[in-house]
Design a binder for this molecule. Structure first.
Ligand code: NAD
Length: 347
């Protein structure tokens, strides 16, 4: 497998394959860019079909973190890690110690945190062998509630831009995935008067959403074609693709999942169809913003910064409209400008 010629390789500074025989750890850490500071980004644990899928994921996710951290105004570079394995059956103390040692070997160039398949207690286990973990118990903790707040505010910004509405009363939202972020996003939406249509693999989460929020439950493949105002992807990536775009009736795509567009060209197709897309790494920055307050944690300061996601997205939506470009292009450009300025200031 070629890495330097890989389609998702974007001049990453460091890509490290980590193996530990005793614990069975197979992980990849990608440090994309450290111009703005040490690379910070979560660790995902997933039973990837192939190593190639894991490589692709970590390269894309780490690049996304560089842009996310830049646009969120953080002094962090971008990085990410993946552990190849099933989070339901393959976790052990030895595995997270081995992962922690791998992170430690980078000497602070990369800080890890939780992502899909990983929870705060896994991070605490890894933290026993390395200081380079964040989202720690007793400090900033679980980032998900802040990601949910940012996602909710991002949906509000999209509705404001497209419909000039300040309220979500009566707005319908199809939420795909009721995990750490999706469920709390539903709560915010429900409290704001939105109507919810939901899907998930977990019958328990679906029952909770139906009971607590009056959500309508649909099948996994039915979520795209719902007659709603907003499609809110909160599960895994690449759900905006050639197969799903023709099914969408929503005029807004705004959710927390990373890498929502299967390919960059899908952003252009959404634009042509008049569907407003909230760039994933902008709308889902709430968690990393919270992590940035790790030392001397202050929840109020963190929340105030998360709330800025609303204005950042409005700026991106307006610029994209004025310049007839996709929202993704505009966001990427804004992030790159921040990084280039920082590089020039260092030179
Ligand atoms: P999670 O693992 O807690 O939740 C994911 C949920 O999606 C689970 O309930 C799972 O059952 C469901 N799911 C999986 N496949 C599905 C499918 N095909 N259809 C419907 N539901 C499905 O993860 P999370 O922490 O809530 O993160 C969700 C997404 O948001 C991920 O893409 C993650 O990378 C991204 N994200 C999370 C954070 C955070 O703070 N947790 C921050 C930024 C981005």
């Amino acid at each position: 497998m070629a890495i330097f010629e890989h389609l998702s390789f974007d001049e990453h500074e460091h890509v490290m394959f980590c193996h530990d025989k005793e614990s069975g750890l197979k992980a990849i850490i990608a440090v994309h860019d450290t111009t703005l500071g040490p690379a910070v980004g979560g660790c995902r644990m997933w039973p990837y079909d192939s190593e190639a899928d894991a490589v692709n994921d970590v390269l894309r996710l780490s690049r996304g973190m560089t842009y996310k951290n830049a646009l969120a105004g953080l002094e962090f570079g971008g990085g990410k890690s993946v552990i190849i394995g099933d989070p339901k059956s393959d976790k052990s103390e030895a595995l997270f110690h081995a992962f922690g040692r791998a992170v430690d070997s980078l000497g602070g160039r990369y800080y890890s945190a939780e992502d899909v398949g990983i929870n705060t207690s896994d991070i605490m286990t890894a933290h026993e062998v390395t200081p380079y973990m964040c989202g720690l118990e007793g400090q900033s903790g679980d980032p998900s509630p802040f990601t949910a707040l940012g996602t909710f505010l991002g949906i509000k910004a999209a509705v404001k831009h497209q419909r000039d509405l300040d309220s979500l009363e009566g707005i319908t939202v199809a939420v795909q995935g009721l995990g750490h972020v999706g469920f709390d996003t539903c709560r915010y939406l429900h409290e704001a008067g939105a109507k919810l249509i939901v899907c998930d693999l977990s019958a328990e989460q679906l029952d909770r959403a139906a009971t607590e929020f009056g959500a309508t439950v649909v099948g996994l493949d039915e979520i795209y074609s719902q007659a709603v105002d907003v499609y809110c992807p909160c599960a895994l990536g690449a759900t905006i693709n050639d197969n799903t775009i023709p099914q969408l009736k929503a005029t807004i795509v705004a959710g927390c999942a990373n890498n929502q567009l299967a390919e960059a060209r899908h952003g252009e197709i959404l634009k042509q169809k008049g569907i407003l897309y909230a760039p994933d790494y902008v709308i889902n920055a709430g968690g990393i913003i919270n992590v940035s307050f790790e030392k001397d944690y202050d929840a109020a300061k963190s929340e105030a910064k998360v709330r800025k996601i609303y204005d950042t997205l409005l700026t991106i939506f307006r610029k994209a409209e004025q310049e007839d470009r996709t929202t993704g292009e505009v966001a990427d450009e804004m992030a790159r400008e921040i990084i280039i300025k920082a590089r020039q200031a260092k030179a």
